[in-house]
Design a protein around this ligand. Structure first.
Ligand code: CDP
Length: 806
């Protein structure tokens, strides 16, 4: 070795593999305005479509007159449900086993529902056409309050389901009832409550909100009449699923459908499902023979595409006097809006809500969820969370604080007392999950030490005394949250979408010069997959990450994958990438053995190539092996170096975290200040610490928004009153607090590289931390539970209701 020979550290660093804070390669194009989003796609002769939408939340559609619209210059067609019926597309199946109107068929069921699709030579002409379509409505009584949906005299919303007393998920109790889903041991849980020394019960609501990605939902559909092929460019989080769904709905052969998801400006669950815009643009293209673009505006996105949450969770905990939990009972009333278009794996009508036992060792639990219809937009997507896990985490984390308050115990101490212990993993929860790994006590204690938790509590006690003495009008809250996520749907035994198992995939093709391409079934919407997937391959096979190009989103080139949502990319696609890389490595080892004239077993992998054991100078770099793969493979071996892996995970992964929010609230104005926010995340093996930090910052900002004001609100007659960013809280850098991030590492025992997902953790853990901070502050004035969102007005109102403001 001479001075120029790189050291082991230099060789490792040159790979920029796992653990490296590699800069995001996609940002080179994004920061220069060179991204390629759907609205950048302009095809020759392209037309534009736009929707006539209902001003009524519930009304009969008596007549649609398009004659004036068709006279508007540039307007070519007006598509209605009647038009769609001719091709059997007036209704479409939803991912939840329900059906949904594509365009209003006889009735509208929520405000801004799609009524007609106007196709024109440009967007302005389409808009002018919309204004000329005359729709005659007969208003019907709206059903807004989910708690009244199953009243005897409640208006019946879904006339297509009248008399059907069974749905996709079993029996229905009422015409507005969708399903009842129960899990757990009712008898055992009731017995635990009967003999409980202490009980709490609270109705904890998680309000309706919306993922509101920067780029709205959009597509360009282009039908080639000669070839009989349909190409769809769209904002799709799961392009392959869209291809299959389009094939099934439109009865087009799947190989004649090309789905391409180019760059996507945020998804957060909003871009998983199929929307009427996609169907109408495809039909319009088939009818006109020209490409048709549909681009939602912000109001349409907020009011008509998939909402999130809207869970009303009556929660009870049974415990001993000294704070050991003995039972959990939860009933959820789930408001699904007009159609059940929830994006969950098929068998899970309430997603993975049965993770509601959280991080605690509940000996028994019982859960029942009732889904109901109301006159609101359909959806129920996993807004930066695994299916309904955010709701579950909020439910248990608020309930634990309420129990701590009742027991007069510190909320952190109560959690430490009830945590699942490290030696209990893999842990079987009372509601049926097998948690893969965790070390909750270490994470919680690290949070408490780093933040100076004890000193903060002391300060709070002093501030409370000062408030009582009239020396301050500020109340201080400490919001503790400890969450366990469940991400990586999923094992095929548990999870499918429309019968397709939720595996994921990767194909790696190495070129002769030691560069390569990896095609993956996931689809980044900003998470940095082009950067991190190459890092996994770099470490696995010893080729620099810069030499690996990552491609996602084209159904013609990527292997079939189930897409990116629910933080499933790292647990599932990430594992497929590692497994495909290992296949490459195994073939490379055979080639190296042949070239080095030794038996394969005499070789060991050493950072960026294979070395003969005991003979360090006999080494063949991976780069050289790539070359050899194309000219001198062992006799009988096929040339080339490529591999594909379809990975069906044995279990999901269970990331966790300990968060603390320190907040001061002025009781006279309701104005809050987030003084500190500390977030410790454990996502197992960390691929790129810088990207993880970015993910945590983004997720915490969304959590802050949701907890402190972001809401889709309807008035009592069904008008959406938060339909634009004037009313829907979208924090900017001005409002967003400073984030302190930290971590522990507890690898997943079943994942090939030990990694768990992380993208959603901060949203899941963040919301309860903010809400617990507000509730902790007000508990001093006698509050038990104040519903989110905690905006200034509601804080002031709480202070007033509690008698702190005259
Ligand atoms: O499915 P999605 O991409 O939204 O979520 P994820 O699997 O949590 O990954 C989000 C980003 O964080 C990706 O770029 C991952 O590669 C990265 N990540 C990481 O660097 N290390 C982990 N243990 C988990 C995720």
């Amino acid at each position: 070795m001479n001075d120029l020979t790189p050291t082991r550290e230099q060789r490792t660093a040159a790979l920029e593999g796992m653990g490296c804070k590699r800069k995001r390669v996609e940002d080179i194009r994004f920061t220069q305005g060179r991204g390629n989003y759907v609205d950048d796609i302009k095809l020759p002769g392209m037309l534009h479509g736009d929707f006539v939408r209902s001003p009524h939340p519930h009304a009969r559609v008596k007549k649609i007159d398009d004659s004036a619209a068709l006279k508007v210059p540039g307007v070519l067609a007006v598509i209605t449900a009647e038009t769609l019926k001719t091709v059997n597309l007036a209704w479409m199946p939803t991912l939840a086993g329900d059906v949904q109107m594509v365009l209003a068929d006889g009735k509208v069921l929520f405000q801004n529902q799609e009524v007609a699709f106007v196709v024109a030579t440009d967007r302005y002409a389409a808009d002018d056409g919309i204004n000329k379509v005359v729709v005659e409505y007969e208003p019907l009584p709206p059903l807004v309050d989910p708690f009244k949906s199953m009243d005897k005299d409640a208006p019946v919303l879904r006339e297509d389901l009248v008399g059907k007393m069974s749905g996709a998920h079993g029996p229905r109790k009422h015409d507005n009832h969708i399903f009842e889903w129960t899990v757990g041991d009712k008898e055992l849980t009731d017995a635990a409550f009967n003999k409980a020394e202490v009980r709490i019960k609270e109705m904890i609501s998680y309000h309706r909100t919306h993922p509101s990605p920067l780029e709205t939902c959009q597509c360009v559909c282009s039908f080639d009449k000669i070839k009989g092929e349909l190409t769809i460019y769209g904002t799709f989080q799961a392009p392959h699923v869209i291809r299959t769904v389009v094939s099934l709905i439109a009865k087009l052969p799947e190989h004649k459908i090309h789905v391409i998801a180019p760059d996507i400006g945020g998804g957060f669950g909003n871009k998983v499902g199929a929307y009427p815009g996609y169907i109408c643009a495809a039909v319009a293209s088939i009818v006109t023979g020209k490409p048709v673009k549909w681009v939602e505006d912000r109001i349409e996105n907020l009011t008509a595409t998939s909402f999130a949450r809207d869970y009303h969770m009556t929660t009870e905990i049974a415990a001993t006097k000294d704070g050991k939990v003995t039972g959990l009972r939860v009933h959820v009333l789930a408001d699904h809006g007009a159609f059940d278009a929830c994006a969950d794996p098929s068998k899970w009508p309430a997603g993975f809500f049965n993770i509601v036992t959280g991080s605690y060792d509940f000996p028994t639990a019982h859960l029942a969820v009732d889904g109901v219809y109301t006159n609101k937009a359909p959806g129920g997507v996993a807004y930066r969370c695994s299916f309904r896990v955010t709701e579950a985490a909020y439910c248990i984390e608020r309930a634990m604080d309420i129990l701590a308050q009742k027991l007069k115990m510190d909320p952190a101490e109560l959690r430490l007392k009830n945590f699942i212990k490290p030696e209990q993993f893999p842990y079987h929860s009372a509601l049926g999950w097998e948690y893969d790994s965790g070390d909750y006590h270490t994470a919680m204690r690290k949070m408490m030490e780093t933040t100076g938790y004890a000193a903060l509590r002391k300060e709070q006690t002093e501030k409370r005394a000062a408030f009582k003495r009239g020396e301050t009008r500020e109340i201080m809250g400490l919001g503790v949250s400890f969450f366990t996520e469940i991400v990586g749907a999923g094992p095929s035994k548990n999870c499918d979408i429309l019968g397709i198992a939720m595996f994921d995939s990767c194909e790696i093709r190495m070129h002769p010069t030691g560069a390569g391409i990896a095609r993956v079934g996931s689809k980044s919407q900003g998470q940095g997959h082009e950067t991190t997937w190459a890092q996994i391959i770099a470490t696995e096979i010893g080729i620099p990450a810069d030499n690996i190009m990552v491609e996602e989103g084209n159904t013609d080139t990527a292997p079939y994958g189930l897409g990116t949502y629910g933080s499933r990319s790292t647990p599932v696609a990430g594992a497929a990438i590692a497994m495909a890389a290992r296949k490459i490595k195994a073939k490379a080892q055979m080639i190296a053995a042949y070239k080095l004239e030794v038996h394969e077993d005499d070789l060991e992998f050493d950072i960026d190539g294979f070395r003969v054991k005991g003979l360090p100078e006999k080494f063949m770099s991976m780069k050289d092996i790539c070359w050899a793969a194309y000219n001198s493979v062992p006799p009988g071996m096929e040339p080339g170096l490529e591999a594909v892996s379809y990975y069906d995970p044995p279990n999901m992964t269970y990331p966790f975290g300990a968060y603390l929010c320190v907040m001061d609230i002025d009781v006279d104005t309701g104005v809050y200040k987030v003084r500190r926010f500390y977030a410790l995340d454990d996502c197992g093996t960390r691929i790129n610490p810088m990207i993880i930090e970015g993910q945590v910052h983004g997720g915490l900002t969304e959590a802050f928004a949701i907890a402190m004001g972001q809401e889709i609100r309807y008035d009592e007659v069904g008008n959406v009153v938060t339909g634009s960013f004037m009313d829907f809280f979208m924090p900017t850098a001005v409002e967003t607090p400073h984030w302190e991030t930290d971590f522990t590492v507890t690898p997943s025992p079943h994942h090939p590289i030990g990694a768990k997902g992380v993208g959603e953790s901060p949203n899941v853990g963040g919301v309860p931390a903010f809400s617990n901070a507000v509730n902790d502050a007000f508990s001093f004035l006698g509050a038990t539970h104040i519903q989110m969102p905690h905006d200034f007005w509601r804080n002031w109102k709480a202070a007033k209701d509690l008698g702190a403001v005259a």
